[in-house]
Design a protein around this ligand. Structure first.
Ligand SMILES: [Zn+2]
Length: 196
């Protein structure tokens, strides 16, 4: 089933028009919860939190993998804030990006359902827009933002390249760091085996 059919709508009025002729070529992954709410992980309480701060995102993915749309893709959501692309230095990333908030905390893992929903949603977005970059909020606002927290970039990249092998994408630099770390770990394990 196309993921679009499973999308729930939770509209906000925190958005504006994109600059005319803008091509959407970037996806920004975020994470959040509402620390003040009784149910800090529900889409509704997270939307309240965004509303309160005068910000928004195109999508929210809750712990059960349900996808909630707050802003239409052709509109500019307010998720990036002061931001700069690491590769080409473009600023005002909201202008040309789609923002996806994964509900979570700094010290918990995202769920299987969230990774699956995110992969489907991403694939869907790739079919509609000429996306070339997928970054985390931390990549476009370093020193100011640390999300998405504990996000498994390697897994996400594998999921996307598996479902959309023809697409040429640049992922968060975090992927390369994780890969290097994995290789280092693998070498370490190998050498300790040799020593035995
Ligand atoms: Zn963020």
């Amino acid at each position: 089933m196309p993921v679009q059919k499973a999308i729930r709508h939770l509209p906000t009025d925190q958005y504006e028009k994109r600059p005319q002729g803008t091509e959407i070529d970037t996806i920004i992954i975020h994470s959040m919860h509402n620390p003040e709410a009784k149910d800090r992980f529900s889409a509704h309480s997270c939307k309240e939190c965004l509303d309160k701060h005068g910000v928004s995102s195109h999508y929210l993915i809750d712990l059960n993998g349900k996808v909630w749309q707050l802003v239409a893709e052709d509109k500019k959501a307010w998720h990036a804030g002061f931001s700069r692309m690491p590769n080409d230095g473009r600023e005002s990333v909201n202008d040309f990006s789609i923002g996806i908030e994964l509900i979570g905390t700094e010290d918990t893992e995202f769920t299987e359902a969230q990774y699956k929903a995110l992969a489907l949603l991403t694939k869907d977005i790739l079919s509609r827009h000429p996306v070339r970059y997928i970054y985390g909020h931390c990549d476009i606002a370093p020193g100011r933002k640390t999300d998405p927290w504990r996000f498994d970039w390697s897994r996400y990249q594998r999921d996307i390249l598996h479902t959309s092998p023809a697409v040429s994408l640049i992922f968060s630099p975090t992927v390369a760091t994780e890969d290097r770390h994995d290789k280092k770990q693998a070498r370490k394990q190998q050498s300790s085996i040799e020593e035995r």
